[in-house]
Every structure is written in structure tokens, then in C-alpha cells.
Design a protein around this ligand. Structure first.
Ligand code: HEM
Length: 401
């Protein structure tokens, strides 16, 4: 199937669940020889694989022609030589050491402390559009919100937010297995600019520590946690990239689901306290990250299919979240659904670190937007879905206020 099972394909973008339903019924463990991966779509297989400690994520343990090597830009030995993976692509013990260093900043109490700041940032963004009839919900609201929140956590000056947003929007295209030369060049330019920026910020915080995450990482380095400068850099990059487009897409897909299901919108407007459940349903219904992946450390199997050591398996989070054997009426968007558990943040030791922050931003952002613009509706100009494999969201989403 090759790109037919990625967001590069129009049918997949527009009718993702028809495509995934067919795959789940016909070939729930499907070998995609074109892109060098096995695609897993049943809920229990996805859930089990994400938590299986006999499978890892480090591309260096996968075969050169595999999907994971393709998307991490490590298909050749030469690429591998300068590869500095973030913890997203590291196995224990390195993964555990790095994750422990930042997990404090993302525990539920620390995130609750971000509430007031997130509310302020949200209100300021809404103030900026208050006189407009029509806005692009992505460019004007869902895009800047997470950039401003993560920049605040890292301790990056607000004036630099546009650079931040551009770098992270460019760098995430590293996940496109078919990226062309122009995109690769853009990724390189933005990567260099961002590294230079973090280099300078790390040096500045080393001289003058502040109350922010970069200063915390420098303190960890000084207290002999074995953290290298390259690791600090790669952590900052990961947090910036992992937390930006993903949260934008949750807020964008979530608002779109509400606007195209007016009964659910009316229910939430009448009962804003339903927002926590509603955001879980948004995550399940239109998952911002459609795929994650794992690599078996030794010859293994999934659902009875043998899988050789080092193969790359894609766990389809979007397919798992719509598995009819787990979710009654899976394609219905129901903000009062009783069982809203989902696979959208992955699972096991790599389970999304930023999940509490993403939830907080979406809960605050969507409710505040609806309170300010209760008559919002989709514009006559249709939104455009982004063409980026593994992620799912809108590039533009015009709405009338
Ligand atoms: C709706 C928004 C988000 C979604 C859907 C999402 C989804 C995911 C997924 C699917 C994974 C991989 C999990 C696995 O393979 O088991 C992941 C990992 C990660 N996410 Fe998120 N994410 C979101 C927001 C954020 C935010 C706001 C941050 C931080 C600012 C963040 C930081 C991370 C990090 C650091 C990892 C790597 C964790 C590890 O390897 O141990 N994410 N996320």
C-alpha cells in the first residue's frame, strides 16, 4: 500500500476510518513492503505492542531499509554516525535516565501550576481576534497557543515565538518518509537556526540561572547526572516539536468535531464542565498522532504473525481508537461517551510525557474560545488537512465568529 496508508494520500486524509476499517478487517497485521513496515490496526494488538518490553524504539536496532530508519533519516551508515536521538527514539537505560530528568516538570501538580499562565495566554490570543468576522482557527489560535505555553516553560522570550513556531512546523516534516529535497533543505535550515538559538540560551542560563526548564536541565548536568550538552539540546528540540503541532491538532480537530456535530456543541455549551470528557473523546475520535512504532529486540509475533527481529512495526493509534470490538458505534462523536480510554498518547515507557499539558491546553483553549465566540461556525471556505504522515490535523481551518 505504501503511501496509500499515510496522510500523503488524499483518500487516506479524507476518509481515514473507511481505509483503516477495511485494513483492520482484511489484514489486521499488514506488511507494507513499499515502506518497510508492518502495520497493526486492532486495538488489543496496538495496546499490547506499545507496552511490550521485548520491543523498543531505537532505529539503530532496526534494518537499514525499514520505515523507522526512513523517518529518522538514518537509512545509511553515514547518517547513523551523527545521529543524536531524543528519548522518543532511545531504549532504556538511556531513555529512563533522560525521561527522569524532565518528568518532574510534567507531573500533574506542575501542570496544574501552568493553568493560570495558560489561561492568560489564551485570553490574550482571543483579544487579538475579537474584532474579526472570520479567522483561520489554526494560524490565529490553535497554532500559537501551544508554542507560547512551551516557550514559557522552557524560558524562551515571547518575542521569539514566531521563529519557534516556524522551526517546529518545519522540523516535524522530518516524519515525512517521502520528503523532497526542498523540504529536507528547509528542515536543515530551521534545525541549524534552532540549535544556534538553544546553544545561546543554554549558555545564557548557565551564566544566569532562572526558574525554567532549561535552567533545571543545566542544574541536573552540574549535579552529575551525566547529561551532555547534546542531550540538553535534543531534549529542548523534542519538547518543542512533540508539544506543538500535536496540541494544535487536538484543539483544531476538536473544534472541527464540535462544529460538524452541532448537537454535541450545544451540549458542551450548555454544560462546559463536560470539557474533560469531551477532550478525551476528541483525542479518541480524531487522533492528532495517528501512528507510533516499535521494533522487536528478537524474533517475535503479533496476533499470531511471526515478525523478525529488527523489523519496523507501525501501531495505528487512529485504527485502535475506532476498533468496533472495543468502542460501540466508534465513528460517532459523543462527548458523553462512558468509556473514553484511547491510545492517542501511546503507551508503556514512551507514553506521552506531555499528555497532562496537552489536556490542560485543550480544555482551557476550547472552552474559552466557545465562551468568547458562542456563535462560531465553519466558514464557506473549507479547511485543508495537512499532508504529513503520522500526524493528523488542519493546515488551515477558516471559521466565522
Ligand atoms: C494532543 C497532544 C499530544 C499528542 C496526541 C501526543 C502524542 C504522543 C505520542 C503518540 C507519543 C509516543 C508514545 C509511544 O510511542 O508510546 C508521544 C511521546 C512524547 N510526547 Fe507527546 N503528544 C502530545 C502533546 C505533547 C506535549 C504538549 C508534550 C510536551 C511539551 C509532549 C511531549 C512528548 C514527549 C517528550 C514524548 C516522548 C516520551 C518518551 O519517549 O518517553 N507531547 N506523544
Amino acid at each position: 500500500m505504501g503511501i496509500g496508508l499515510t496522510a500523503l494520500d488524499e483518500t487516506y486524509r479524507e476518509e481515514i476510518h473507511q481505509v483503516l476499517d477495511r485494513l483492520r478487517s482484511a489484514a489486521p497485521v499488514h506488511e507494507d513492503t513499499e515502506l518497510g513496515r508492518i502495520i497493526v490496526t486492532r486495538h488489543d494488538d496496538v495496546r499490547g505492542l506499545l507496552r511490550n518490553r521485548d520491543w523498543g524504539v531505537d532505529p539503530r536496532k532496526s534494518t537499514p531499509d525499514s520505515y523507522i530508519r526512513l523517518i529518522t533519516g538514518t537509512s545509511t551508515e553515514e547518517d547513523l554516525a551523527d545521529y543524536q536521538p531524543s528519548m522518543l527514539f532511545l531504549d532504556d537505560p538511556d531513555h529512563k535516565r533522560l525521561r527522569a530528568l524532565v518528568s518532574q516538570a510534567f507531573n500533574p501538580r506542575a501542570i496544574e501550576d501552568m493553568r493560570a499562565r495558560t489561561e492568560e495566554i489564551t485570553a490574550a490570543l482571543l483579544d487579538e481576534v475579537v474584532d474579526r468576522d472570520e479567522i483561520d482557527f489554526i494560524a490565529d489560535f490553535a497554532g500559537p497557543l501551544p508554542t507560547l505555553v512551551i516557550a514559557d516553560m522552557l524560558g524562551v522570550a515571547l518575542e521569539d515565538r514566531d521563529d519557534f513556531k516556524r522551526w517546529s512546523d518545519d522540523l516535524i516534516f522530518g516524519f515525512d518518509p517521502m520528503r523532497d529535497e526542498e523540504t529536507s533543505a528547509r528542515i536543515e535550515v530551521s534545525g541549524d537556526a534552532m540549535r544556534a538559538y538553544f546553544d545561546a540560551t543554554i549558555a545564557a542560563r548557565r551564566a544566569n540561572p532562572a526558574d525554567d526548564l532549561i535552567s533545571d536541565l543545566i542544574r541536573a548536568q552540574e549535579s552529575d547526572d551525566g547529561l551532555s550538552d547534546a542531550e540538553i539540546m535534543s531534549m529542548c528540540t523534542l519538547l518543542l516539536i512533540a508539544g506543538n503541532v500535536t496540541t494544535t491538532d487536538l484543539v483544531g480537530n476538536g473544534l472541527y468535531a464540535l462544529l460538524t456535530n452541532p448537537d454535541q456543541l450545544a451540549k458542551l455549551q450548555a454544560n462546559p464542565e463536560l470539557i474533560e470528557n469531551a477532550v478525551e473523546e476528541m483525542l479518541r475520535f480524531d487522533s492528532p498522532v495517528t501512528d507510533s512504532g516499535r521494533i522487536p529486540f528478537s524474533d517475535s509475533e503479533i496476533g499470531g504473525c511471526p515478525i523478525k527481529k529488527g523489523r519496523s512495526a507501525t501501531t495505528s493509534l487512529a485504527a485502535a481508537n475506532h476498533d468496533p470490538s472495543v468502542y460501540p458505534n466508534p465513528h460517532r462523536f459523543d462527548i458523553e461517551r462512558e468509556d473514553t480510554h484511547h491510545q492517542s498518547f501511546g503507551g508503556g515507557i514512551h507514553m506521552c510525557l506531555g499528555a497532562p499539558l496537552a489536556r490542560l491546553e485543550a480544555q482551557i483553549g476550547i472552552n474559552a474560545f466557545l465562551a468568547r465566540f458562542p456563535n462560531v461556525r465553519v466558514s464557506d471556505t473549507p479547511g485543508k488537512r495537512r499532508h504529513l504522515p503520522s500526524f493528523r490535523g488542519f493546515e488551515t481551518l477558516p471559521v466565522r465568529l
